[in-house]
Ligand binder design. Sequence first.
Ligand SMILES: Cc1cc2nc3c(=O)[nH]c(=O)nc-3n(C[C@H](O)[C@H](O)[C@H](O)COP(=O)(O)OP(=O)(O)OC[C@H]3O[C@@H](n4cnc5c(N)ncnc54)[C@H](O)[C@@H]3O)c2cc1C
Length: 220
Amino acid sequence: MTKEFPKTPRNQVRRIPHRGRYDKATIYPIIDEALICHVGFALDGQSYLIPTLHARQEDRILLHGAKGNRMLKHLQSGGEVCIAITLVDGLVLARSVFHHSINYRSVVLFGRGESIEGKEEKLAAMEIVTEQILRGRWQEARQPNQKELDVTSIVAVTIESASAKVRTGPPIDEEEDYTLPVWAGVLPIRPAVGNPEKDLRLREGLPVSPSVMNYSRRGR
Ligand SMILES: Cc1cc2nc3c(=O)[nH]c(=O)nc-3n(C[C@H](O)[C@H](O)[C@H](O)COP(=O)(O)OP(=O)(O)OC[C@H]3O[C@@H](n4cnc5c(N)ncnc54)[C@H](O)[C@@H]3O)c2cc1C
């Protein structure tokens, strides 16, 4: 397994190239920390961008959904996609409007799909996707039955090429603006989970599940 994706015209970060990264040690934790991704593909000359859940299994991205889902059908037939993943870390507030920015970690990756078939393979993939959303949930909830497996498509996108772009740190202002009486700095933005809200039809006397009490996901 190589540790870095080769830089090519397709994945090379052009603007502010020093923020570009091509190593899996940077790229994979960003993929794992994100709850959702956006999958881009073109059909008959029209571009589409679809938000969806994802999970990484080594060098593959697993996606799942209802049979008949257009994006999944495209991937099942070996179609190409571009997937974008974004984590927002803070607002970068400069002294000038022009230099306002955002601290982020993002990934753009390219690959082709293949269908995951077979009961054991599908169950294994669904476990990875479920555990990506909430660690420990697979063992707590009822697992998919044959009927549910039959109406679910699961695809794997092998990552052929990828890049990350990472911005950290304070604003970068024009030298003459540093004396302006304008507050400048970073306003950190962190994802937060609230208190669990129980389903109105919850069976009497059930405590909140350990997976919910100890909320954690891969990469976090
Ligand atoms: C939350 C967020 C907000 C942003 N806001 C702005 C904004 O307001 N204005 C702006 O100009 N830019 C913004 N960017 C940066 C933007 O994503 C592009 O990097 C930027 O448009 C420069 O593109 P380019 O022309 O250099 O590269 P392109 O020619 O568009 O891309 C070439 C290749 O570089 C890689 N690449 C480009 N951008 C990224 C990325 N963000 N992450 C991973 N790989 C990447 C991809 O592999 C891509 O195929 C933002 C990024 C994020 C994550």
